[in-house]
Design a binder for this molecule. Sequence first.
Ligand code: HEC
Length: 155
Amino acid sequence: MKSVHIPLSLLRILGVCALLVLPVPSGADEAENQIKYRQAVMKAIGGHMGASSLIVRGKVSHRDQLKVHANGLLSLSRDIAGLFPEGSDFGETEAREIIWEKWDDFRKAADESKAGIENFVRVVETGGDSDLAAAFRRVGKGCRGCHEDFRQKDE
Ligand code: HEC
C-alpha cells in the first residue's frame, strides 16, 4: 500500500493549531492558590501538633497513635520553605515580607523546626516516655521560632 505523504510544513501548522486549542491549565500555582495550599498544610501540621499535645500531656490515652502524628509532622515539614515561593506575599496571607528579604534566616528556622521534629520522631519510636515532654517542647519551640519572626501577629 502506498503511504500518504503529508508535507512537513502542514504537520507543523497542524501541530501549532493543536497547541492553540489545548486547554490552558488555569490557576495552577497562582499566588492565591499557593497561599491557600500552604495554609492548608500548616493547618494539617497544627492538627498533628494538637493531637500530639493531648497525648504527651496525658489528656488522652492514645499513646499508640503518637507515632502517626510525629511522622505526619515530619512528612509535612520536610520542605516548609518550598511552601513559600517568591511572589506569594500578597493577598490573604499572614506571611511577612521579611521571609523573602531574609530567606537564609527563614530556611534556617525551617531546618531547625525539622530537626526538632526528627528528634521527636526518634524519641517517640525508641525513647522512654520520660523524654517525650522535652522532645515535644522542642518541636513547639521550632514552630514559635519561625512564627515570631516571619508570621504576622493577629491583632
Ligand atoms: C519556617 C517557618 C515556619 C515554621 C517552622 C512553622 N510555621 Fe506555621 N506558619 C508560618 C507562616 C509564615 C505562616 C503564615 C502563612 C500564611 O498565612 O500564608 C504559618 C501559619 C501557620 C498556621 C495557620 C494556618 C492558617 O490557617 O492560615 C498554623 C496552624 C501553623 N502555622 C502551625 C505551625 C506549627 C504547629 C508548626 C510547628 C510544628 C509550624 N507552623 C511551623 C511559618 C512557619
